[in-house]
Design a binder for this molecule. Structure first.
Ligand code: PDD
Length: 281
């Protein structure tokens, strides 16, 4: 079945959806995006994702394409039209179409694209195996742009090694996963995750999970950590809109939590899902 996607104000079958070859998203990665998950037909952390979208646009000197309510209506219509109860909606806003020039064009209409992806969030979580990889991305990782080549290269290299993903490392410390925020749980049960700076994306799932962890009296330390510290940890996990809380069971060949998903990661995933079912819109 072909999906119905949203492009520049219209809902169209994916085969008919068109974006110009002169679109700056295509030529310069001059675009930002968001991925919002859907569980039981409701959006998780929708307002967090829209707030980050607004910030990303602002950092690049771009306008908001439409109101939060208008964006919400399109998100909802897309999942309804595509029969999505569990999955996600991808939203991209580009600076628009202009003749190729490094200078930002003035007064051009933005391109807005949205589409759905079906997913199964409730299946068994076996945990992922990761390898470290140098973080060769640009220095404004706090802005959610579509420049994802370095992350894509690192994930592909990890897969070639028979692993699931890469953890990116800069100046000796883990920044994040290729498309997730990273955490370890110390042997004293403290959750450690990198503090927010321009080195990492301020994950929306991260914000929710840290809030829920604090409500459940788990101790949190926001600071950088090394691969060596992670290998010594009781457990490790990642968060993202597409994986929720996902346990990490191996880092650079060292098994964690006996090679099985750790209890704190599994518990936080359950808590996040329960809260999502209640608070989703
Ligand atoms: N990526 N860090 C990076 C580099 C990411 O690409 C993502 C998400 C995250 C987690 O952010 P959030 O919790 O808001 O999803 C952290 C999305 C899921 C993607 O590119 O598909």
């Amino acid at each position: 079945m072909s999906r119905i996607v949203f492009v520049d104000g219209a809902f169209v079958p994916e085969e008919e959806a068109m974006v110009s070859v002169f679109d700056r998203g295509f030529l310069f990665a001059d675009a930002v995006y968001e991925v919002t998950s859907v569980l039981e037909g409701r959006f998780l952390d929708f307002d967090g994702h829209m707030a980050r979208l607004k910030r990303s646009l602002g950092e690049l000197g771009m306008e908001e394409p439409m109101s939060r309510d208008a964006l919400f209506e399109i998100h909802r219509e897309l999942i309804d039209r595509n029969g999505i109860r569990e999955g996600c909606v991808y939203l991209q806003v580009t600076r628009g179409v202009a003749d190729r020039d490094f200078l930002f064009p003035e007064g051009v209409a933005q391109t807005v694209v949205m589409f759905t992806q079906a997913k199964n969030f409730m299946g068994e979580k076996k945990g992922i195996r990761v390898v470290s990889s140098p973080d060769i991305r640009w220095k404004r990782r706090d802005v959610k742009t579509v420049q994802l080549l370095a992350a894509s290269m690192a994930k592909t290299a990890a897969k070639k090694l028979g692993k699931d993903d890469a953890w990116l490392v800069e100046d000796g410390f883990v920044t994040e996963g290729t498309s997730s925020n990273t955490y370890i749980v110390t042997r004293k049960g403290r959750i450690v995750t990198r503090n927010l700076t321009n080195a990492i994306l301020p994950g929306i799932t991260r914000a929710s999970v840290l809030k829920l962890a604090a409500e459940h009296k788990l101790e949190i330390e926001e600071r950088p950590f090394t691969i060596a510290e992670a290998q010594e940890a009781a457990e490790a996990f990642v968060t993202s809109a597409t994986s929720f809380v996902c346990p990490v069971v191996e880092i650079d060949g060292t098994e964690l939590s006996g090679g099985a998903p750790g209890p704190i990661a599994m518990r936080l995933n359950q808590i996040y899902i329960e809260e999502g079912k209640k608070a989703g819109i």
